[in-house]
Design a binder for this molecule. Structure first.
Ligand code: SF4
Length: 216
């Protein structure tokens, strides 16, 4: 049972989706390590957030928009919100990312969570948003469909459960992810796998999908 006053940052959902252990290290143990990728990503967000809103034709571009969902207990900031037309207004969230499009849903989950916040705050339905990738200068449209909503809600629920539990799960079994992880030196996944995995009580944490968090 999670604490009703507990709120999760939208950006933390990406950590959870990438690796629940990374989420726990950052948001439970308060461990953080900057690497080139995270530093560059932060700079990109700062630049985007500092831009003024502007109107171009029928569309208003709002930057650094604060959003939250009381129901889901998530909060954060949108890089860009495109507001099109007069009521019924179309809202289109855009999230800026440093790298390039990914096969996995990590970035899409954060975008979908932003859409869920907007839907609750402005009583609208959002069908589409976009991810803009700096490295390849590409804007990728994302459908906020039922499948993505389900994955996102599962990530939100899983993150709340993990935060309430206050325990750091074992490393992901997706070892490739560890190579790009800024926390690899602090996490020491190989040492943990070698020495401690048998000590972890399997099943003590089961995420909202019913899977082990290692399977994300
Ligand atoms: S090093 Fe690997 S197991 Fe550790 S937090 Fe990063 S991705 Fe997760």
């Amino acid at each position: 049972m999670s604490d009703e006053s507990q709120t999760i940052m939208l950006s933390a959902l990406q950590h959870y989706a990438y690796c629940p252990r990374q989420f726990a290290l950052i948001h439970i143990e308060q461990v953080w390590a900057e690497n080139y990728f995270t530093a560059h990503g932060n700079l990109l967000h700062e630049r985007v957030d500092s831009c003024d809103p502007e109107q171009r034709g029928n569309v208003r571009y709002e930057r650094g928009v604060a959003v939250k969902s009381t129901q889901l207990r998530i909060t954060g900031k949108l890089d860009l919100l495109e507001v099109e037309g007069k009521p019924p207004t179309k809202y289109f969230p855009v999230e800026y990312k440093r790298g390039k499009p990914k096969i996995e849903d990590w970035d899409k989950i954060q975008l979908c969570a932003q859409a869920l916040c907007l839907e609750e705050m402005r009583e609208v339905t959002i069908k589409e948003g976009a991810l803009w990738y700096w490295q390849v200068r590409k804007r990728e449209p994302v459908s906020i469909d039922d499948a993505l909503r389900a994955v996102t809600l599962a990530a939100i629920e899983g993150a709340h459960q993990l935060l309430s539990l206050g325990r750091t799960p074992p490393p992901t079994d997706k070892k490739k992810r560890c190579r790009a992880c800024s926390l690899v030196d602090l996490c020491e996944p190989d040492a943990f796998r070698r020495d401690h995995s048998s000590e972890y009580v399997e099943g003590i944490f089961v995420d909202a999908t019913g899977d082990s968090p290692n399977e994300n």
